[in-house]
Design a protein around this ligand. Structure first.
Ligand SMILES: C[S@@+](CC[C@H](N)C(=O)[O-])C[C@H]1O[C@@H](n2cnc3c(N)ncnc32)[C@H](O)[C@@H]1O
Ligand code: SF4
Ligand code: SF4
Length: 372
């Protein structure tokens, strides 16, 4: 998501992958440009530069989690997909009607929607309806999927939906390495689906979806990277990206690929203090819970408000948002009473900033209590 925050969205990628992504986003922006979107975009950027707290502009990129339910149990996705405990978001899915309501409110300003979060978007048929609806409304739609489905019509429906980008999550090219990460997954099924999508795209003469194979590199699959590149070519996917996954510090050595350890080529970028998310983008959970970004979307207490209950613009400019923008604009000001997730985020200051560290420590001890 280069135009919204290249640092966060492409963390762990090498510079060539980052550049390709930037290019793709610029083209996508131009493709979906209207006068209304352009004016809104300028307003959003001016508001950000002027450090406004209440915005007249809308976000121009959205991340919408149509569901947080999944058919797999990847090793380091959501703690092995355990059941939620009180205080955490339960599993669920967004209805098409709620999605439509949201698009009807903000869609005219939005260039792009990433319709996935921490679940499998293709698990439910309404996701393709959502993609179709938003695409018809001139929004570039993107999903990430494990493609573990035995539905012969799925490839055709994906191409018909108007989906612009399909991120294909596939972390290995042998079933053995694949299922170390993608627990319960079937690599052959996923590959067959990709092959059929490419064939269908060709058959109808479509250029979309752009297929972007995302390969999280671990010790288990790093020896297969060459094979994966050859496989990507053979399948006809448009890009393969080797990504450094988020692996907890206490995970065994066997998860850490030598590929990244040698010279730390990626994933070690220093982030400039500051944050642009609350001006440009928003993360909407399936139940309407709104957050400025994808940091800890599981804890309900982190939601800034609910768009299905209050309407998007009311949450976008509520006290949580205004205080967070104020804090982001003045990260060292001790007098700002902000208790949102932004107050505990190192993105807005440096790790040496005592005030932020203090806020972080206080809040994380509160959260740990609520989080069991
Ligand atoms: C949480 S998944 C949701 C979408 C879909 N279920 C999928 O797997 O593509 C979103 C993205 O996170 C990636 N992912 C999962 N676990 C990860 C990890 N530990 N580190 C980095 N990326 C991860 C997946 O490959 C996928 O592209
Ligand atoms: S397929 Fe996606 S959502 Fe499901 S467990 Fe794996 S990474 Fe998480
Ligand atoms: S938590 Fe707030 S400050 Fe941190 S990245 Fe998200 S929006 Fe930005």
């Amino acid at each position: 998501m280069s135009l919204i925050n290249l640092d966060l969205a492409t963390r762990g990628m090498d510079s060539s992958a980052r550049w390709k992504i930037l290019k793709r986003h610029v083209f996508s922006f131009l493709r979906h440009m209207t006068l209304k979107k352009f004016v809104n975009f300028c307003h959003a950027e001016i508001s950000r530069i002027m450090k406004k707290e209440a915005l007249k502009s809308y976000p121009y990129i959205l991340k919408i989690e149509s569901t947080n339910i999944c058919n797999l149990s990847c090793a380091y996705c959501y703690d092995g997909r355990r059941m939620s405990v009180p205080g955490e978001r339960p599993y669920g899915r967004m209805s098409f009607d709620n999605f439509k309501k949201l698009i009807d409110e903000v869609g005219a300003y939005v260039f792009k929607i990433n319709l996935y979060g921490f679940g499998e978007p293709l698990l439910f048929p309404e996701t393709l309806e959502m993609i179709q609806y938003a695409s018809k409304n001139n929004i570039g739609m993107s999903i990430s999927s494990n493609l573990n489905f035995n539905d012969p019509d799925l490839p055709k429906r994906i191409v018909e939906s108007g989906l612009e980008v399909l991120i294909f999550s596939c972390h290995g090219v042998t079933q053995e390495s694949y299922s170390k990460f993608m627990v319960k997954g079937n690599m052959q099924t996923a590959m067959e689906n990709v092959k059929k999508i490419v064939e269908e795209r060709k058959r109808v003469g479509a250029s979309t979806p752009f297929i972007d194979w995302q390969y999280c590199v671990t010790k288990f699959n790093e020896g297969e990277m060459g094979m994966a590149t050859a496989r990507a070519k053979e399948l006809g996917v448009d890009q393969i990206r080797f990504l450094r996954p988020f692996i907890p510090h206490d995970a065994g050595e066997e998860w850490l690929a030598d590929f990244f350890r040698e010279g730390e080529p990626v994933g070690s970028q220093q982030h400039k203090p500051g944050c642009t998310w609350p001006y440009r983008s928003a993360y909407i959970n399936y139940d309407g819970g709104l957050l400025p970004c994808c940091q800890d979307v599981r804890l309900l207490v982190n939601d800034f408000g609910n768009v299905f209950i209050s309407g998007f613009m009311n949450v976008w400019n509520n006290e949580n948002y205004r205080r967070s923008r104020r804090l982001i604009a003045n990260p060292t000001d001790k007098n700002i009473a902000c208790h949102t997730i932004c107050s505990r985020c190192t993105t807005i200051g440096t790790a040496n900033n005592k005030e932020i560290n203090k806020r972080k420590i206080t809040a994380s001890s509160q959260l740990t209590k609520g989080n069991i």
